[in-house]
Ligand binder design. Structure first.
Ligand SMILES: [Zn+2]
Length: 262
């Protein structure tokens, strides 16, 4: 077992995605990258799955990087796409895995229904096996229908592809596909949400937050006694890379997950 004690200035990143959901990071390549840059603790928050937590923890341990078990659940609140980061010290029961599994299953059912509807409307996807080769040609997530439309020249860009899949029955929260239109929960809206949803914390540090936004989220966390999170949302080596947030910035969250920051 890796010594789960960090110095205050050691780098951590609590939101990273791999090929186990919609990222391009291969786990080995990711941990080689993280270890070379001195990261000491990370959370691999693949969407709606906890299936690979054990192997990722073991892989991290081999590279000297502590892995906090986690996932990012696709959900919505009052019709707004809401992505909920979930972390644990260790996964004891299977309640969270059941929620994640159920979300993934509903998402796949909807993805297949949307695909059938697109085909019914006359779209054809002769290159499906090639386009979705990384998942054996299978349709798993809503993005897959958009990828097919784009690759077959049936939509000019991601916005047009999203409009087509929505029209064909896509109903679930889907922010990451359409990053330009990411829905922002600003502090007043989070205050409203807290009346409904007992969130433990918020991701204060995030690469696209301006200094002003970061300060506003930090103030909200202090005011409402919320845990502070920090994550790059890195999806692959060719995109935004992991960010070295100092462990002290997320010390309370790490402590909740069994990692002590000195
Ligand atoms: Zn993602």
């Amino acid at each position: 077992m890796l010594d789960a004690r960090l110095r205050a200035d050691e780098p951590v990143d609590l939101q990273i995605h791999t090929v186990y959901s919609d990222g391009q990071w291969l786990p080995d390549e990711l941990f080689t990258h993280l270890a070379a840059r001195g990261f000491r603790a990370v959370a691999i928050t693949d969407h709606d799955t906890l299936e690979h937590v054990e192997s990722l923890c073991a892989l991290g341990a081999r590279h000297g990087v502590h892995v906090v078990p986690g996932t990012e659940l696709t959900t919505e609140w009052r019709g707004h796409p809401a992505h909920l980061l979930c972390y644990a010290g260790q996964l004891a029961g299977d309640a969270l895995a059941a929620v994640a599994g159920d979300t993934a299953r509903r998402q796949q059912e909807n993805t297949l229904a949307v695909h059938d509807e697109l085909v019914r409307r006359g779209f054809t996807f002769p290159r499906r096996e090639t386009v979705l080769a990384d998942q054996g040609g299978a349709l798993l997530r809503p993005a897959d229908n958009a990828r097919l439309l784009l690759a077959h020249g049936q939509a000019g860009d991601m916005g047009a592809a999203l409009a087509l899949i929505r029209d064909a029955g896509y109903r679930q929260a889907l922010a990451p596909l359409d990053r330009a239109k990411i829905f922002r929960f600003d502090p007043p809206l989070i205050e409203e949400m807290l009346a409904d949803v007992p969130l433990d914390g918020i991701e204060v540090y995030y690469p696209i937050h301006s200094g002003e936004q970061t300060a506003a989220y930090a103030a909200l966390a202090r005011r409402r006694n919320l845990l502070v999170g920090a994550g790059s949302d890195s999806h692959g080596p060719q995109q935004r890379l992991p960010v070295a947030y100092p462990a002290r910035s997320v010390a309370a969250l790490l402590a909740r997950c069994g990692v002590q920051v000195r």
